[in-house]
Design a protein around this ligand. Structure first.
Ligand code: BYC
Length: 334
């Protein structure tokens, strides 16, 4: 099997330590690696539930990157200057690259990219709720960079230390690029806020629409987070959904003040005793409705992905034909 225990003594043909040839022995070795903070690598034995959880999370993450190209891609042709167009083009391309690293990381767990993409297109796979909201104005591009990429960085930095090596390594590069994305968003908003009253209103309107969906990106409250227990035990999740959401709010509110915008939460207050902001109640009905396919743009997003996949069929066929030809030439010594 793909995830066979090649680094375990029995698999190397050495005398196994007592008990190591059983699943319990493999499990003990796996647990010890997790406890030591070592990485689990593709060739290592791993419990099936650990593998399934990683495939679930990494593939959802990959789909989010690819679907996440669509809301901003919508503005590439309408960027107000050549410089902004070049920056946005680079950012959207980066998201495509992140999707590719992540599909590649998922493939190390023995599942093909085609299988994962098929699940997305059939509506069986999840992707981040945030990408099911529309981008109505140019200010939305800035707010996505500032809030959506900002939330993504907050979530992804701890994933650089996650226990599965290929996922952790992919995250290091992704996080570097995301921090450029966040800065471009904030820079764009600073420019708009020093413009006309209409531009400032546009920024405030975009913040009003994206604030709550950005907080929902971190997932349900810890008490409702079904996967957190296992993921924390296995070192996939290092910080809980609520802790990350709190860190995001505390980091973002001073940035909002500097920018000159408010967030649409009448209950937001600095809590001196906790040394953190209190926030109002999140509308979880809206969250689950979007996650379950009924957000404002779910159908449009899936339709766009399916169309792109179908229209790209000839490129995949040409690449496969070229690879087969190169292989045949190499085998023939030419
Ligand atoms: N949207 O038990 P929980 C980006 C699901 S893209 C949809 O807490 P877990 C960017 C969850 O999957 C960044 N579904 O789950 C790209 C679970 O359902 P299943 C995307 C959500 O996994 C372009 C159920 O709710 N980032 O940066 O422990 C442009 C219960 O949740 C959401 C990632 O994917 C949601 N928001 O924790 C700009 C990060 N939240 O799977 C930017 C990697 C929860 O049991 N993922 N659900 O059917 C994670 O860190 C974790 O999977 C989550 C959820 C924190 C999201």
């Amino acid at each position: 099997m793909y995830t066979q225990a090649m680094d375990i003594a029995a698999a190397r043909g050495e005398d196994p330590a007592p008990g190591q040839v059983t699943d319990a022995g493999y499990q003990a070795e796996f647990d010890a690696k997790i406890d030591r903070g070592d990485f689990i690598e593709p060739k290592d034995w791993m419990p099936e539930a650990y593998r399934r959880t990683l495939v679930r999370q990494i593939s959802q993450h990959a789909h989010s990157e690819i679907v996440g190209m669509l809301p901003e891609g919508n503005w590439i042709g309408r960027a107000p200057t050549l410089e902004r167009k070049a920056i946005l083009l680079a950012k959207v391309q980066d998201e495509g690259g992140h999707g590719l690293y992540l599909y590649a990381a998922a493939e190390t767990l023995g599942v093909s990219r085609d299988t994962l993409v098929e699940a997305l297109h059939a509506g069986r796979a999840k992707y981040s709720s945030i990408f099911n909201y529309p981008t109505l104005t140019w200010a939305d591009v800035g707010v996505i960079g500032w809030l959506v990429d900002g939330a993504a960085i907050m979530n992804q930095i701890p994933l650089c230390r996650c226990s599965y090596g290929p996922y952790a390594r992919a995250m290091i590069r992704v996080c570097r690029e995301e921090s450029f994305h966040q800065r471009q968003g904030y820079d764009l908003l600073l420019a708009m806020m020093s413009g006309t009253a209409a531009q400032r209103d546009m920024v405030q309107d975009a913040v009003n629409r994206w604030w709550w969906p950005a907080l929902m990106m971190f997932g349900p409250h810890d008490a409702q987070s079904l996967n957190s227990g296992d993921s924390t035990r296995w070192g996939i999740k290092r910080i809980t959904n609520d802790e990350l959401r709190q860190k995001f709010v505390d980091a973002t509110i001073p940035q909002a003040k500097l920018l000159g915008v408010t967030v649409p939460d009448p209950d937001l207050r600095w809590n001196e005793a906790r040394g953190a902001h209190d926030v109002g109640a999140i509308d979880w009905d809206e969250f689950w409705s979007v996650v379950n396919g009924n957000g404002p743009c779910n159908q449009e997003r899936l339709a766009a992905r399916i169309r792109a996949w179908e229209e790209g069929a000839w490129v995949r066929e040409a690449a496969m034909a070229h690879a087969a030809k190169s292989e045949a030439r190499a085998a023939g010594g030419r």
